[in-house]
Ligand binder design. Sequence first.
Ligand code: URP
Ligand code: ZN
Ligand code: ZN
Length: 455
Amino acid sequence: MNILIKNGAIVTSKKSFNSDIYISNGKIVQIKELLNILEPIDKTIDAKGFYIFPGGIDPHVHMHLPTPAGYSSDDFKSGSKAALFGGTTTLIDFVTPQKGQTLIDALNQRKTEAENSICDYSFHVSPVEWTKNTEQEITDCIKAGITSFKVYMAYKDSIGLNDDDIFKVMQVVGKAGGIVTLHCELGDNIDELRNALAEKGKLSPEFHPVSRPDYTESEAVKKAIELAKKAACTIYIVHTSAGKSVKYIEEAQKAGQQVYSETCPQYLILDDTKYIGDFEDTSKLVMSPPLRKREDQNILWESINKGIVKTIGTDHCPFTLEQKKNGIDDFRKIPNGAGGVEHRITLLYTYGVLQNRITLNQFIDITSTQAAKIFGLHPQKGEIAVGSDADLVIWNPEKENTISVENHHQNCDLEIYEGIKTKGTTEFVILNGEIVIEKGELVSDRKGQFLKRSI
Ligand code: URP
Ligand code: ZN
Ligand code: ZN
């Protein structure tokens, strides 16, 4: 398909400029003002008054995640559809093996589950135990196109690893030139705090954040940085929520250590006052780490601006009210997680760019380009350049919306951003040179492709 986009205001992580874009065979072929194309054109889009962004990359989603309360409610099809409506064209999900299952088997199984994704996708692979075979299994995954491995310092009774095993993973991945991503929370301390609250009968969702105070994150971040330094491994701290964590990340970066950090819109926009209320309104916010204080939000915004926090993921992991009710009598049984893949870009545009907290170019950097660079997808993804995949968002900066379960595309009857107003939305989304969203409609049933990455 040949598409000509005329009169757009192109925004990349580095510059903004007016130009036409010509797309053919899934790639960006020409970027030039007043393009005159001699080949037959299937579609011409007049982008006057709109911005053109590189397709968004969400480096942290959990589609169809198995939990004791059932699978997270978006599968790859519904979740990727919601992502596309919001301007995200590439997803990085996770491979979480069963104990005893090899990493490569789990990767192949997950690839099958993801086949109905409309977005392009990759995975971070999680070693959930250390065995004599883990080193070889990590090597096998790297050969299969995986460059990032995720470890959990929390959830010790299921998928969490102890510090010794995290260190071993870091040594192996570091030697291979890959990256370890970490869920940083001190799992043992949290388990103690949760059980102490439960003994006192403090079992409503209000006590979820009490059981996971900010130091349980920041001290885990500190420990992760120390382990990575010794292991000579690049790390990426997922869902940074606490201001105190930023201090350790900044120090490490200043000392020259390769430490990347991600935060999520929920930690920038919502705060812990929302845990007071009835079960329906508060259980939907049970996620880990929990929402923090206004002061933490300010530190996070500032750290994005300074380039300390490099990316915005969503940790998209929605559960229905029925699933959340698994913990109606005990917050420890509420499945952890919330949706957000659809709203990431408009929230960052509205509350970041329009409120002058970040520039338009920074906005592109944190929602697309940096994730591509860190996770080995650049310049195929996250860029508007000749030769890059034609993954483009044509953005209407004027259109307003109020986020609601009534109008979102996420497969969930709960919405953590219910009632929040946004400005700016997708007019067209193009993925691999094909129009997938056109004026609020999904117009393609394309199959996303697994993105092989290399170190
Ligand atoms: O509460 C959360 N974040 N659920 C998803 C799994 C994780 O920890 O990232
Ligand atoms: Zn996590
Ligand atoms: Zn997560």
